[in-house]
Design a binder for this molecule. Structure first.
Ligand code: SF4
Length: 694
């Protein structure tokens, strides 16, 4: 932390770590950032913060920052430092040559949930308008894409239904596959405050999370299910609610499609969905499941919060729909204190999805196959848009290995470290003729790149982020970009070099265009954001100041649609060779692959990833705290130190993925969600053995 002294001026901006979206005053002395002070006027954080947002900003000026563009003809050659013009010209020529040789569909790109809404919008526009295809995807593919599918299918909008403050009106809080006190600390603290006031807590997670330690009026219930059995659990909970008469019949009758409700009800009352029948699958005693279902079913206000422990499964989308079923069945939608609330991992996961990053959807989740939607965008952009959805990230990798996909533009995403089955990803990246990486550090993906374009941090640009409660917050420039260009300017330069002109002077103009083309954003502008502080979309004629609570009177699809959620066991199974199940998560001081937090003071709190293993599994293998362990899966092997802990169930091991050396994704498989291809990071069968040294 820089010696602060008295700041000379301050700028209000938004934290670039997690999906809580805390507001901070960046206090400056000359052009030096001396301190990040949580901003009391922040609508998401009300003056609170965590160790990441408050202290982990030093990476912005770290010596490892890439300060000049670099190019090379092949990945075996050393980098050559060049001017922006030369780098952009080189990249554009490679992209054009690739399309000339292999066809229009042979190139694509990936937007980032770390970047602003305006930057993300511009990358997908570049791909659709300048590349001429829909091969655009976002890193949200590997985290919350099932949220998009599951919520849109059931309640009509790919977003959380509430404000964070709404939790203060919940009398039952259900947390599924999330660890808010570590991954969303400011909101985790708010939850704790509500629990201390007496709200009841139900946690569905293989691991005993810290929230369960909160002293509160009634004891929290922990349903420690086996990894991969979420859908069995949600069906068992729904079975109790329906068969014990805990449904909200008035809500179902007035708000939901009757035929789909009947089909779901007929399915859910089957004995095979009872807690007793599912006990053998989930490993959780039926009586405990019944108790939890009664608490949620009888709650005046029951609110569900979920994280990647729901989505990163082969049945991720099914589970999201199962959660929406529960909320509809109990009438827990459309007012404060209730709802279905995905806790987004990165700062702008919600925004990157909203901005049309997916290959099948233009901004505002408008399907690319809809001729009316295309006509509106085509009129504004002056190009014709391909009606066919493009490639998802895993499809891009497969096509690269097959030799039909040859060039990729990756902005702010380290796919070589963060995507599953690293060996497969590396094989794909090595097959490309042109990989353009735009990032703030020389990351793992850059090893396979031909063009390296320096990225800008959140402190170096203007724009907006959208947090997990649909709140659009302003990001304000605090310092000049270290390499002279903001990310949106780089994308614009690349588009111009490819022959599709873009001439924005400021990100506010990009937001004006987004508002023009996106029905849920028509009322959003920088002026309004400055006036109101933040806006929760939808913000349009109907809701000029935004929408804190969604689905109050109806759903965007009219009536809510129950979905039949059949449990299907994960293909990833234990056997004698791989007898343990590995699941993954995060810790408080670090952030995702650690590219930023590892380059800050926060590193002192977490120097390495470790493998948590239950005492009984450790004893069986003669493992003690600190021992080196070899961890093998069906796709790879890595080495980690042991931490013996009873937070996990016997038979389940756990690690974080904050350090590249540990290579958790060397062992995760490429099994994925049936609907969205979101990888099944949370279920990997492994063998663990003591080794003498790494
Ligand atoms: Fe940043 Fe999230 Fe911490 Fe808030 S809770 S300061 S948004 S990391």
């Amino acid at each position: 932390v820089i010696d602060a002294g008295q700041p000379e001026h301050s700028v209000v901006t938004t934290c670039a770590y997690c999906g809580v979206g805390c507001s901070f005053k960046a206090e400056m002395k000359g052009d030096q950032l001396v301190r990040m002070v949580p901003y009391k006027g922040g609508d998401a954080n009300h003056g609170h913060s965590c160790v990441k947002g408050r202290f982990a900003f030093g990476y912005a000026t770290h010596k490892d920052r890439i300060r000049e563009p670099m190019i090379r003809d092949s990945i075996n050659e050393p980098w050559r430092t060049v001017s922006w013009d030369e780098a952009i010209g080189f990249a554009a020529k490679r992209l054009k040559d690739t399309q000339a040789k292999y066809g229009r569909e042979s190139i694509g790109g990936i937007t980032s949930s770390r970047c602003t809404n305006e930057e993300t919008y511009l990358v997908q526009k570049l791909i659709r308008a300048a590349f001429g295809n829909n091969n655009t995807d976002t890193c949200a593919r590997v985290c919350h894409s099932p949220t998009g599918f599951g919520l849109k299918t059931t309640i009509g909008e790919s977003a959380g239904t509430q404000t964070f403050d709404s939790v203060m009106k919940a009398d039952t809080i259900v947390v599924i596959g999330a660890n808010p006190t570590d991954a969303h600390p400011v909101f985790g603290s708010q939850m704790r405050r509500r629990l201390r006031q007496g709200a009841k807590l139900i946690v569905i997670d293989p691991r005993r999370i810290d929230l369960l330690k909160t002293p509160h009026g009634s004891e929290g219930i922990h349903l420690p299910l086996r990894p991969g059995t979420n859908v069995a659990m949600v069906n068992a909970l729904a079975h109790v609610i329906v068969t014990e008469g805990l449904e909200d019949k008035a809500f179902i009758e007035s708000r939901c499609e009757p035929d789909q409700y009947r089909a779901w009800r007929d399915f859910i009352v089957e004995e095979r969905n009872s807690p007793e029948a599912m006990e053998a699958v989930t490993g959780v005693p039926a009586e405990l499941v019944r108790k939890a279902a009664r608490i949620y079913g009888e709650a005046r206000n029951g609110a569900i919060y979920y994280g990647l422990g729901v989505t990163e499964h082969s049945q991720g989308s099914t589970m999201v729909m199962g959660i929406a079923n529960l909320a509809m069945a109990t009438g827990n939608l459309g007012r404060e204190g209730v709802g279905v609330n995905p806790l987004r991992g990165q700062n702008n996961v919600q925004g990157s999805c909203d901005m049309g990053s997916f290959p099948h959807e233009l901004p505002g989740y408008q399907h690319v196959g809809d001729p009316n939607v295309r006509e509106r965008f085509e009129g504004d952009w002056g190009v014709s848009i391909d009606p066919e959805p493009g490639l998802r990230i895993p499809n891009m990798f497969d096509a690269a290995i097959a030799g039909t996909f040859k060039a990729m533009y990756v902005q702010g995403e380290d796919i070589a470290q963060s995507d599953p089955n690293t060996q497969h990803v590396e094989a794909a990246l090595t097959s490309l003729d042109c990989l353009i990486v735009q990032d703030i550090f020389l990351n793992e993906t850059a090893k396979y790149a031909h063009v390296l374009l320096p990225g800008s941090t959140f402190l170096e640009k203007n724009g907006t982020f959208t947090n997990a409660e649909r709140r659009i917050n302003r990001v304000r420039k605090v310092m000049a970009p270290v390499a002279g260009m903001e990310d949106w300017e780089v994308t614009m330069a690349l588009s111009n070099a490819l022959g599709y002109p873009m001439h924005y002077q400021h990100p506010s103009e990009i937001m004006d265009e987004i508002a023009r083309l996106t029905p849920t954003f028509t009322g959003v502008s920088y002026d309004k954001l400055d006036r109101l502080g933040s806006i929760q979309w939808p913000c349009n004629e109907e809701h000029p100041d935004g929408t804190p609570t969604m689905h109050v009177l109806d759903f965007p699809i009219g009536r809510g649609k129950f979905a039949v959620t059949e449990y299907v066991a994960s293909e990833e199974k234990t056997n004698r060779k791989f007898p343990l199940l590995l699941t993954t998560g995060r810790i408080l001081s670090q952030y995702n692959v650690g590219a930023q937090t590892r380059r800050t003071e926060n590193s002192r709190w977490h120097e390495e990833d470790v493998l948590e293993i239950h005492p009984s599994d450790a004893e069986l293998r003669g493992i003690h705290d600190g021992d080196w362990l070899g961890i093998s899966s069906r796709v790879g092997r890595t080495v980690l130190r042991a931490k013996v802990s009873d937070r996990m169930l016997p038979g389940v091991v756990y690690t974080t993925f904050h350090h590249p050396g540990s290579g958790a994704n060397v062992i995760t498989t490429d099994s994925s969600d049936w609907a969205t291809n979101c990888p099944e990071y949370k279920v990997t069968a492994v063998q663990v053995e003591k080794v003498t040294q790494p």
